[in-house]
Design a protein around this ligand. Structure first.
Ligand code: FES
Length: 352
């Protein structure tokens, strides 16, 4: 079962990686080390009280196994948490951190001799952890395609250079630069043509996995291209770090059932009961309103922190970018995206 409690970890280092991004490393007390063990690709959810508000954000772990815990936080315009992290956090400060979780992880790399990674901007964070694991724990070649505006906005450039020095040809590094005409390499945003160019000489049957992390368009287009090239769908894995509400989601939201549902919510063996309009707030919002201390991160259907299982009744999920089809089949929902669809609904956060 995923541990959705928060634990205090001390910040051991803060490094300014680029003009608008800091990396934050945490000390993990030996008593918590098993809780904070992670699979490359997973993320941490950080929590802080900022101006009296409980703010949580999820950030992928960029360190490799055995390198401690490190995340990168890019400051986004008007981003409450990212501004706080970039401007106010200090080394030595304690921070509330939820143990690692997330499904975008390195899969069995047993077959094939090449793993391909595609990242844009801060999408490098989970990917860098996976690349490190691939290089240090397998004999595979890692092909990394990494898109940025210019070379100054490349997060973890020094770490990547160190990996290139250490592993030589086993790391095939391909920067893609979109806003610097003087750049002497692959130019533009990562797209199908760039993927084709980089992978031209690769025997596609040698690819053991493709891992994509970045904006929705890049992920959708490039994953379709990998499929077209003959990479089986179950070897293509992705994580989106920003998702615009799709037309389908808007449509689904405007077609929610009407009526009221009696919701029973179970978390940590405690039950909360409340009435909820089928076209009203989400199950997560209503549960929190009813007094339940619920886990959440992105509230956008991406991070999976708010996952729960429908034990009785039916719920409608608006957007899902985090649960696998077999989890949906088993009745799991993202509560930040779900509304009741039956007169009675029982949802449990205790089932995994
Ligand atoms: S809070 Fe991230 S998917 Fe629901």
């Amino acid at each position: 079962m995923i541990d959705t409690n928060f634990y205090s970890l001390k910040i051991s280092n803060i490094t300014k990686e680029t003009e608008d991004t800091v990396s934050i490393s945490f000390d993990v007390d030996p008593t918590l080390s098993s809780k904070f063990d992670f699979i490359p690709g997973q993320y941490l959810t950080l929590k802080a009280m900022i101006n009296g508000e409980d703010i949580r954000r999820s950030y992928s772990i960029s360190s490799g196994k055995g390198e401690g815990l490190k995340v990168a936080v890019k400051q986004i315009q008007k981003g409450v948490f990212s501004t706080y992290a970039n401007q106010e956090l200090k080394v030595g400060q304690e921070m509330e951190v939820m143990p690692p979780t997330g499904n975008f992880v390195l899969k069995n790399q047993g077959n094939g001799s090449i793993s391909v990674f595609v990242a844009a901007g801060s999408g490098i964070t989970p990917v860098l952890s996976m690349v490190k694991e691939t290089l240090s724990n397998t004999n595979q070649t890692a092909v990394l395609i990494y898109g940025n505006k210019n070379m100054n906005s490349v997060i973890y450039k020094a770490e990547i250079e160190k990996l290139m020095d250490t592993y030589g040809d086993r790391l095939q590094m391909n920067y893609v630069i979109s806003r610097d005409d003087s750049y002497d390499g692959l130019k533009g945003r990562i797209n199908v043509e760039i993927v084709k160019t980089v992978t031209e000489s690769i025997n596609k049957s040698e690819i053991s996995g493709v891992y994509l992390c970045g904006p929705e368009d890049m992920v959708k287009n490039t994953s379709t291209e990998f499929e077209f090239m003959g990479v089986p769908k179950d070897k293509i894995h992705f994580e989106l770090f920003f998702v615009a509400e799709s037309e389908e989601a808007k449509e689904a939201e405007s077609n929610l059932a009407t009526g009221t549902s009696r919701v029973t919510m179970i978390i940590d063996d405690e039950e909360f009961e409340f009435e909820l309009a089928m076209n009203g707030p989400t199950i997560l919002e209503a549960g929190a309103e009813a007094g339940a201390d619920l886990p959440f991160g992105c509230k956008g259907g991406v991070c999976c922190t708010c996952k729960a299982k429908v034990m009785e009744g039916k719920a409608k999920m608006i957007q899902n970018y985090a649960l696998d089809p077999d989890e949906v089949e088993q009745g799991f929902i993202l509560t930040c995206q779900s509304h009741p669809e039956s007169d009675n609904l029982v949802v449990s956060f205790d089932e995994y």
